[in-house]
Design a protein around this ligand. Structure first.
Ligand SMILES: Nc1ncnc2c1ncn2[C@@H]1O[C@H](COP(=O)(O)OP(=O)(O)OP(=O)(O)O)[C@@H](O)[C@H]1O
Length: 287
């Protein structure tokens, strides 16, 4: 099966500033991929490169077997919802759906109409008069109803209420037929529910990427009193100290050396926070 995304040494500069550097990734098709990282890490830049809204200044990127933005056939393969969920303020919801039908050969009119009705978004209302959450739902509907191979979502749920967020995540996890989803979010709990592939991006670089199950199995959390000397070495990913307890994220199989440390499984949040912490020693990419 063609990879959803292949990047080799991908980079993007804005003037002298590197927004993304040396990004090498292979994302298999059919995954729900969570892209996390601190503000300014380069997530939107990576997603915009994948959607063809930006061109690389170094390296290469291939999305669903083609060059992002490389013509109508490629555009049809990718649905993209930007962070600010842009819609045409003066057009009504129904007019957006008609426009979607005109512009997209694979448009699923039933899916679009059903989704808008189910969510209670008023079809006759101008998009500029919708609430932020309704606008996001309209933008998501337009992206989903074009039946893309890859759905790219930049912080898709930020403006949705908790119930709408849960339902949307449910929708994502139920997507069938080989649809790949690449979405960025700061909400690790959301990621935990739907993602089976994780990318952590920090300071313009991929810190870790891989199958969630493999990443979880490949790490463990050591817990010990704050007075104990912390283990060191390349197997140590991050150290977090409070007044009483120290927790250390390490690669699985590493021995702590001192029996005072108790080892337990690492959760997704431990992984994300560990790899986002500044003490991370090295790049690790797993398939
Ligand atoms: N058009 C631009 N011109 C100059 N610098 C830019 C431009 N777009 C992004 N950058 C810079 O590139 C870096 C990465 O930005 P990007 O928007 O990709 O981060 P992000 O991870 O999506 O952040 P956030 O979580 O805050 O949305 C930032 O330092 C940002 O200031």
């Amino acid at each position: 099966m063609t990879a959803a995304l292949r990047a080799r040494g991908l980079g993007r500069r804005f003037g002298r500033h590197r927004a993304l550097s040396d990004c090498t990734l292979d994302i298999p098709a059919g995954r729900v991929v969570g892209l996390v990282g601190p503000n300014g890490a380069g997530k939107t830049t990576l997603l915009s490169l994948a959607a063809g809204l930006l061109t690389p200044t170094s390296g290469t990127i291939e999305v669903c077997g083609g060059r992002p933005g490389g013509g109508p056939a490629q555009l049809a393969k990718v649905g993209f919802v930007a962070q600010d969920t842009p819609v045409y303020a003066r057009l009504t919801v129904a007019e957006h759906l008609r426009l979607g039908a005109r512009l997209n050969r694979g448009w699923d009119a039933r899916l679009a109409a059903d989704r808008i009705q189910r969510l209670g978004v008023p079809p006759g209302r101008r998009a500029g008069d919708l609430s932020g959450g309704q606008r996001a739902q309209l933008a998501l509907t337009l992206a989903i109803a074009k039946r893309p191979e890859l759905l790219i979502l930049d912080e898709p749920v930020a403006s949705l209420d908790p119930l709408a967020r849960r339902e949307f995540l449910q929708e994502l996890s139920e997507t069938a037929g080989g649809l790949s989803v690449l979405h960025s979010s700061h909400l690790v709990s959301d990621m935990e529910r739907v993602c089976d592939y994780l990318i952590v991006l920090v300071a313009s670089r991929v810190r870790v990427a891989g199958e969630v199950g493999e990443l979880l199995a490949g790490h463990q959390l050591l817990t010990g009193p704050s007075t104990t000397a912390v283990p060191s070495g390349p197997h140590v990913i991050s150290v977090h100290r409070t007044d009483r307890v120290t927790t250390v994220l390490v690669r699985a199989g590493a021995t702590a050396g001192d029996p005072v440390w108790s080892a337990g499984p690492a959760g997704l949040e431990d992984l994300v926070l560990g790899y986002m912490s500044p003490s991370v020693p090295a790049l690790e990419v797993q398939r």
